[in-house]
Structures are given as structure tokens and as C-alpha cells.
Design a protein around this ligand. Structure first.
Ligand SMILES: Cc1cc2nc3c(=O)[nH]c(=O)nc-3n(C[C@H](O)[C@H](O)[C@H](O)COP(=O)(O)O)c2cc1C
Length: 196
């Protein structure tokens, strides 16, 4: 297992080779078998390719432009725009884009009670587990993945386009066209505290 964990990298350049339906289904199945609070399985995986992918990326472009003009949920974060544009380029190269939506999620802009917040946090944790399962399964198959939080630049646009649930994340999948070096991790002393 450690081999796969250490081998997984965020892949940002992809070959122009499609992923077969069978292989993609295997990756999605790995996501479906993630744990979730009360086994709610708070996810729907929306697989986007071809012209649909172009539509989604056009919306993301619009969202970034909107943010640059100081509108939208990520307005006022100019340090993030260059990175968002780069992510958009990575997404364009990858043959498959998967949005994970929470069918019972609540809009970001809602007023939340603490209990609702905890409920949503649990669902988001489960979706994170599903995403990592997919990334690891893809790694074992020689397929690269990129976890994309920058889709929130187009939160309103993509929410409407997806047409259901609350968007939690997106992931690009494709055959890697580069071999990214591992990025350093914080030291064990910094992040592990043992109390006994
Ligand atoms: C929640 C989350 C959101 C992320 N969003 C993006 C993104 O929008 N664009 C991007 O290029 N990478 C994104 N990443 C990838 C991280 O930059 C990457 O995981 C981190 O730099 C460590 O590199 P590694 O995945 O190769 O180990 C995201 C990762 C996570 C977990």
C-alpha cells in the first residue's frame, strides 16, 4: 500500500490518450467503496468528457474572469488567479474530468447551524476519502490524477451547469506526460504529537 501512496503524484500534463470506459469504471468504483458517515455515501460522480468538458471549462474560464473583476465567491484573492488559470490548462489536457457532488449538500452561502456544519463536514470528509481512493486506484493503473479545488472559482456557474447537489471537488484523469518530483512533506516532529 505504501508503494502506491508514495507513487501517487498530482499530474498536470497529460498524454492525448483516452481512458477506456472499463478502466474509468474501475477508478470510480474505488471511489464508491470509500467509507462515509452512517454509510450515507454522499456522492454522485459526474464524468465529463469531450464537448461537455469544453462546456465545463468555458464556465471555469468565465468564473476566473469574474473573480479577476472582483466578483464571485473567490473575489479578492488575486494571488490565486494565476494558479487557477494554470489549473484550467491542466484540466484542458486531461481526457476525463470527474465532478463529485454531494446530492444532499447545502449551498455555501446558506446560514448553517453547528449541527448542519458537522453533517456537511462529515460528508466532505467522505468525499475526500472517495477522491483519494480514486487517485490511488488510478495510480496502480498507470493513470494520473489531479485533485482540483480551483473549480470553486466558477462555483455559481458550475453549480447551475451540474444541475444537482453541491459541488465538492473535481478531478482530472489521464495518462501522465511527465513524472513530477515528490513535494517535500512537513517533518514528523512538526505534525505528529503523541500523548500517552
Ligand atoms: C483539496 C485539494 C485541492 C487541490 N486543488 C488543486 C488545484 O486546484 N490545482 C492544482 O494544480 N492542484 C490542486 N491540488 C493538488 C495539490 O497542489 C497537491 O496535492 C500538493 O501540492 C501535493 O503534491 P502531490 O499531490 O503531488 O503530492 C489540490 C489538492 C487537494 C487535496
Amino acid at each position: 500500500m505504501y508503494n502506491v501512496i508514495f507513487k501517487r503524484r498530482s499530474v498536470r500534463f497529460f498524454k492525448d490518450t483516452d481512458i477506456s470506459k472499463v478502466d474509468m469504471r474501475e477508478i470510480l468504483r474505488a471511489g464508491m467503496w470509500a467509507p462515509s458517515a452512517k454509510n450515507r455515501q454522499p456522492w454522485k460522480f459526474i464524468v465529463v468528457k469531450g464537448d461537455s468538458k469544453k462546456e465545463a471549462l468555458d464556465l471555469m474560464e468565465k468564473g476566473i474572469e469574474k473573480s479577476e473583476k472582483g466578483e464571485g465567491v473567490l473575489a479578492g484573492a488575486p494571488e490565486l488567479y494565476t494558479n487557477a488559470r494554470f489549473t484550467l490548462r491542466c484540466m484542458a489536457e486531461a481526457p476525463v474530468l470527474v465532478f463529485v457532488v454531494n446530492p444532499n449538500g447545502r449551498p455555501l452561502t446558506d446560514n448553517w447551524t453547528t449541527a448542519e456544519k458537522i453533517h456537511e463536514l462529515s460528508d466532505v470528509q467522505a468525499i475526500g476519502a472517495a477522491a483519494e481512493n480514486m487517485a490511488l486506484q488510478a495510480t496502480t493503473m498507470g493513470i494520473g490524477s489531479l485533485w482540483i479545488g480551483n473549480v470553486f472559482f466558477a462555483y455559481e456557474e458550475l453549480h447551475e451547469w451540474l444541475g444537482e447537489g453541491e459541488m465538492v471537488l473535481a478531478m482530472s484523469f489521464g495518462y501522465p506526460n511527465h513524472h513530477p518530483c515528490p513535494l517535500a512533506r512537513k517533518s514528523e516532529e512538526e505534525v505528529i504529537e503523541v500523548r500517552d
